[in-house]
Design a protein around this ligand. Sequence first.
Ligand code: ACO
Length: 402
Amino acid sequence: GVDLGKLMAQTNLVTLDPGFVNTAACKSDIAYIDGDAGILRYRGYPIEELASQSNFMEVSYLLIYGELPTQQQYDEFAGRIRRHTLLHEDLKQFFDGFPRDAHPMPVLSSAVSALSTFYQDSLDPSDSTQVELSTVRLLAKLPTIAAYAYKKSVGQPFLYPDNSLGLVENFLRMTFGFPAEPYDVDPALSRALDLLFILHADHEQNCSTSTVRMVGSSEANLFASVSAGINALFGPLHGGANSAVLEMLEGIQANGGDVDDFVNRVKNKEPGVKLMGFGHRVYKNYDPRAAIIKKTADEVLSKLGANDPLLDIALKLEEKALADDYFVERKLYPNVDFYTGLIYKAMGFPTKYFTVLFALGRLPGWIAHWREMLDDPARKISRPRQVYTGYPERAYTPIGNR
Ligand code: ACO
């Protein structure tokens, strides 16, 4: 019956745990990971079952509301999202302020942050109607924002959403279509993207989700909290890894495809040389999402007619690493990002855009955690402690005497 946290606070004891390797910041019902066994479940459902039988809209509902929807609940949810896909016209002008060659991630986070200025009737986290409205708005508008960021970067006109289409189809049309021209969404492409979104939809307390929870713990609104999460995802050790994998594979290809040489450079810990797409803080086994993606990568690439030599390099690299003591001893296996870049590339997305696709997939997870955090009766503002290692007290020296 001893409350260790309270006792430590009273005695001013703190734990030092850089990177929160062993510190749980909350209790959560959303995702379960067993890193040693390579298991991932959303709300109790194995990721493999959701990947083969569900769709991203349904998984979003499951993560946010805790249960699989009935048909009626599903239709209502999808219908509400369809009604909110448009962006405020003035928000469209926002995109013109950015340089053409801007990375789409800061464009995405800035536009999401700006939603707080356009939709002021859904900012109060203590009002359940407003929480619901901001949830639906964000789910509906992020694909539109992402497509606009893409269109801006390639200098093409924006397309309005076509609400006769589903979320993923609509996103693909807004990204790759042209105004007044028919665009038939390739079902193989939209199913593959839907699957990738399912696999990215939640992963408990990763860096971006923890950021969303931390910012939200100050009772910041959903748009502000998710905008912060998008910035956390931008980093190359997190969401940026999917772009970094492709850059790594292209680098190996440019050097004549010598996989052995690259692996040796990784093992020799040459500065800046890591096997991107390998390793995970929690998985010390094959990432179950990577296993699903590997299975589909080949299929999707051949369906899309892409015979990418980079896939051969990736396969060789994986084979080599899995048989090498350096990686075996450190339990380094492919993570979700190892194969996704190849699929995104085959779909026609530029490398810089890959992390945006991760953000689109992760959104329902961020929202689910933000809402769970708000509903937690034990909620407190996030405020870690520190171990001070600076100077003891010292006397101020006037500038002329330094
Ligand atoms: N390539 C080579 N060596 C690696 C790699 C890698 N990708 N990952 C870890 N190691 C080595 C470390 O150098 C360290 O070796 P040492 O014990 O000799 O010093 C050991 O393995 C342990 O690694 P840590 O960095 O302590 O592991 P941590 O849990 O802090 O890092 C991380 C996890 C950031 C994912 C890391 O494995 C990494 O940088 N991977 C590459 C980037 C990547 O793919 N990120 C995507 C993560 S998944 C996601 O966001 C969806």
